[in-house]
Design a protein around this ligand. Structure first.
Ligand code: BES
Ligand code: MN
Ligand code: ZN
Length: 534
């Protein structure tokens, strides 16, 4: 069996280059906008900028109407003149609006009135968030939750608005040197109030709070994803987990290479063998339930850079493979959201971290390894490494007697071909769990689509030399990857999200997206609500 002896690991540790100091890029300190909920008439809002809306046909939302009346038709006149760009999301800043306490008014074009659905709502708020982020206003009041969105409640509108406004101004800040022991942020904290004209209830308040907490989780996920591979290596992820645990009050365990070897995780270890940054297996324990309930377990693929190993990838866009730890980053993000909201659930976050490198001691195509489960694997392609990491994590998850296990991974290029960058691939061995997750994706505009895992596909994983191979061939590549994982997830309800297409974007918009933190958070919030109702 390919094995990682202690001697070889010691030799490598001593010869390895000093790792990038994690503190130079500490992404855990980020100033995010504070979102609040207020009952107030638009005219009375004492603020730097008041955001109101008008549809493309010129009709005004109630708050805009109130301003229009108090200012003798200022808003409708400028719309009539054609001063408001006809594109949905475009806006114009108005000064001296009579009757308004606000210093300025941002009038936003909502687009077509008859097509106003979830996506239109999200797009308009995104545009507003971008506009606000590029301005200098510190205090902002937004009335757009008053728009009717087909089939959506006020609580839904508030949660979405809160999340998008908090998240929309995201920008990856280049790391700054510490000054007086503190990282200096050039950003000012911003306060955004969502205005409603009805009573502020606990439910509505929670909607706003959860929206902001999801945005904070997303920001962490994006920050970790956007960090370069020479900084964000397995050890950096381990340090981040420890920091996060301290900040948010949950327990963190980090297994080093030798600990992993002791557990028999030779499949996972085979991935990081040739890297100077040894594998880490990170376990985070959040205990929010009053009783010792079965935990939900999240498992993230944390390949901090995927060269393909000996089955080396072609060079084009290879830098994008720093995003191969976005599954892990989404586990961190979801942990942050849950801890911020102090949800009454038990949650375990597992991150299997490794760097997939070629090298003199790298895993070779044809090598056979024994996984923690005892099943043997013929590694036909070292670029199919995600499943090699995840299978041992799935076996490890059994010890928690989980309610369910959800793994999140940038697993296959085939999933990008099947679903593009819009939709995550969902696989599950349990229909109820699959439906629950799909629903949460729809609720948060962070959608997934279920893919099949019929037994017929399992044949593609046959090996002449081991219990299975790690390669299913080109047809149905994301399905056979999921089938591989399913063999290690037979003792609990399990779902797998393939986020290869959705976790990051290339081109001009290059960057991590923070997905699927909204979907996961919604799932965990719903589970918490279910638990407290029982
Ligand atoms: N990390 C990649 C998958 C990936 C591809 C993520 C593109 C994001 C964008 C994964 O480890 C991989 O290399 N998968 C191979 C599997 C194949 C060798 C069976 C792939 O998709 O080509
Ligand atoms: Mn790969
Ligand atoms: Zn990979």
């Amino acid at each position: 069996m390919a094995n990682d002896t202690e001697a070889s690991s010691r030799a490598r540790e001593s010869s390895s280059a000093p790792s990038a100091k994690p503190i130079d890029y500490l992404v855990l300190e980020r100033v995010s906008p504070q979102i609040s909920l207020k009952r107030s008439a638009a005219l009375d809002a004492l603020t730097d900028v008041l955001v109101v809306g008008a549809f493309a046909d010129g009709s005004l939302l109630p708050s805009a109407q109130a301003l229009d009346s108090s200012s003798k038709g200022k808003l409708s006149a400028l719309i009539k003149r054609g001063d408001l760009d006809p594109k949905a999301g475009s806006s114009i800043m108005l000064f001296d609006v009579k009757g308004a306490q606000a210093q300025r008014v941002l009038l936003v074009n909502l687009g077509a009135r008859d097509k106003f659905n979830d996506i239109a709502f999200a797009n308009v708020l995104n545009a507003v968030a971008t506009t606000l982020a590029s301005g200098s206003s510190v205090n902002v009041a937004v009335t757009l939750a008053e728009i009717d969105v087909a089939g959506r409640s006020l609580a839904w509108r508030l949660q979405q608005a809160s999340r998008i406004l908090a998240d929309g101004g995201y920008r990856f800040d280049a790391p700054k040197e510490k000054q007086n022991g503190k990282h200096k942020s050039e950003r000012r904290a911003r306060n955004i109030a969502l205005l409603i004209d009805e009573e502020v209830t606990k439910d509505l308040e929670f909607a706003v709070r959860s929206g902001q907490a999801i945005a904070e989780g997303m920001a962490l996920t994006k920050d970790l994803g956007n960090l370069p591979g020479n900084v964000c290596h397995p050890g950096y992820l381990a340090d981040s987990a420890r920091e996060l645990g301290k900040e948010l009050g949950f327990g963190v365990e980090v297994l080093e290479r030798a600990d992993m070897a002791k557990l028999g995780m030779y499949s996972a270890l085979s991935v990081g063998r040739a890297s100077d940054e040894p594998c880490r297996f990170i376990v985070m324990h959040y205990r929010g339930a009053e009783h010792e309930g079965k935990p939900i377990v999240l498992v993230g693929k944390g390949v901090t850079f995927d060269t393909g190993g000996i089955s080396l990838k072609p060079g084009e866009d290879l830098d994008m493979m720093k995003y191969d730890m976005c599954g892990a980053a989404s586990v961190f993000g979801a942990m942050k959201t849950v801890a911020r909201l102090e949800l009454p659930i038990n949650l375990v976050g597992i991150v299997a971290a490794a760097e997939n490198m070629p090298g003199g001691n790298a895993t070779r195509p044809g090598d056979v390894v024994k996984s923690m489960s005892g099943l043997t694997i013929e590694i036909l392609n070292t670029d199919a490494e995600g499943r090699l990491l995840l299978c041992d994590a799935l076996t490890y998850a059994e010890r928690f007697n989980p309610d369910c296990v959800i793994d999140i991974a940038t697993l296959t290029g085939a999933c990008v071909i099947a679903l593009g960058t819009q939709t995550s691939g969902l696989f599950a061995n349990d229909d109820a769990l699959a439906d629950e997750l799909l629903q949460c994706g729809t609720e948060t505009c962070d959608r997934a689509w279920r893919m099949p895992m019929f037994d017929e596909y399992q044949d593609q994983l046959k090996s002449n030399f081991a219990d299975m191979s790690n390669l299913g061939g080109r047809p149905a590549g994301s399905v056979t990857a999921a089938c591989f994982l399913s063999r290690f997830a037979q003792n609990y309800r399990w779902a797998h999200l393939d986020i290869a297409g959705t976790a990051s974007l290339g081109g001009d918009a290059k960057g991590a997206t923070g997905r699927p933190v909204p979907l996961l958070s919604e799932f965990l919030i719903k589970r918490a609500e279910r638990a407290s109702a029982e």
